[in-house]
Design a protein around this ligand. Structure first.
Ligand code: NAP
Ligand code: ZN
Ligand code: ZN
Length: 346
């Protein structure tokens, strides 16, 4: 076991504070990663505050991890010391079920092992990226291409893959009108990626406050959902809408913006349920779907895509002492567009 410094929430809703945790010895197929940067995902906040239900404490959040390999186990074949690597939302899965075999490890029938707030195969709680080092089986580690610097690559490990996967699955591309709801961490990556895929991109944000940014990120159009005229003007417009909103919102209103056969794909994970009048899907043969992160191979594909198109996240780099303040700013939709912790400050 190795003792490493970390930032942890000692209990639900308690502020995060500096502490130490134990990392397992590097096993046969493990890599030891010196973490350099960790993104702050809204999911970290939902979990640290038990917004999704009972959680495991102390909790070291962080599933947008970028770092450098500093040791490898004797059976490791894919990585060597010095490699630039990333770890996302999962660190293990059963590897044998139908979904794991298809590269959909995030939907493992026995349950994926989350990077934190989960129990590993050794029966011990997992701890995430707000820490100095992490030990991960090489099969759940991806390579960060040379063209991407580690700080702007870190958020791709969750925000990037969570938006790339549905955009690809629902065929965002030339000739397709795609709307992105919510311009936060996930939303801003959705705009960049959909634009790079060749789609015509519209941002639907609560207000026009971030319009200039949205257009610079690659959006062709930008509307405020707070303005009822938006819903009249855009009725029946989109082939695909990706909602990244972290709070309950009116999905009936969003569905009214789809063309016949259009799809509304939700990736946001609000803490409260929503009510929906099902007439909003039967008229127009519409699809209401969801999507959760992506498999390991698809995460590598996304990183390669982002490197090829020069896409990193727009980040505000912070020291570990600023994590609690950053959480409050994320909750106030005041992030442009991802907080990333310089983990060398822990
Ligand atoms: P974020 O940076 O806080 O972005 C969420 C955005 O939603 C905000 O910037 C805001 O955009 C909009 N928003 C917030 N409250 C709203 C409200 N009451 N009504 C309407 N719009 C609102 O969060 P994130 O890290 O991108 O994560 C977004 C959600 O996705 C979270 O719930 C997170 O847990 C979930 N998530 C899911 C997956 C998955 O695999 N499915 C993966 C990662 C995260 P505007 O200011 O532009 O309106
Ligand atoms: Zn996340
Ligand atoms: Zn499985």
């Amino acid at each position: 076991m190795t003792t490493v410094a970390a930032y942890a929430a000692p209990a639900a809703k308690a502020p995060l504070e500096r502490t130490t945790i134990e990392r397992r010895e590097v096993g046969e197929f493990d890599v030891l990663i010196d973490i350099k940067f960790a993104g702050i995902c809204h999911s970290d906040i939902h979990q640290a505050r038990e917004g999704w239900g009972e959680a495991i404490f102390p909790m070291v959040p962080g599933h947008e991890i970028a770092g450098v390999v500093s040791e490898v186990g004797p059976g490791v074949t894919r990585f060597a010391v010095g490699d630039r690597v990333g770890v996302g939302c999962m660190v293990d899965s059963c590897r044998e079920c139908e979904n794991c075999l298809k590269g959909l490890e995030q939907f493992c029938l026995k349950g994926m092992v989350g990077t934190y707030n989960a129990v590993g195969k050794d029966g011990k709680p997992t701890y995430g990226g707000y820490s100095e080092k992490i030990v991960v089986d090489e099969n759940y580690v991806v390579r960060i291409p040379d063209g991407l610097s580690l700080d702007v690559a870190a958020p791709l490990l969750c925000a990037g893959i969570t938006t790339y996967s549905p955009l690809k699955h629902w065929n965002a591309g030339p000739g397709k009108k795609v709307a992105v709801v919510g311009l936060g961490g996930l939303g801003h990556m959705a705009v960049k990626i959909a634009h790079a895929m060749g789609a015509e991109v519209t941002v639907l944000s609560q207000s026009l406050r971030k319009k200039d940014d949205g257009l610079k990120l690659g959006a062709d159009h930008y509307y405020a959902t707070g303005d009822p005229k938006t819903f009249e003007q855009l009725a029946g417009t989109f082939d695909l809408i990706v909602s990244t909103v972290s709070a309950p919102m009116d999905f009936g209103a969003l569905l009214s913006l789809l063309k016949v056969d259009g799809a509304l794909v939700n990736v946001g994970a609000p803490e409260e349920p929503i009510a929906l009048n099902l007439f909003s899907v039967i008229g127009g043969r519409k699809t209401l779907a969801g999507s959760m992160i992506g498999g390991i191979a698809e995460t590598q594909e996304m990183l390669d895509f982002c490197a090829a198109h020069g896409l990193g996240a727009e980040i505000e780099l912070i020291g570990a002492g600023e994590i609690n303040e950053a959480y409050e700013r994320v909750l106030a939709s005041d992030v442009r567009y991802r907080f990333v912790i310089d983990t060398t400050t822990i």
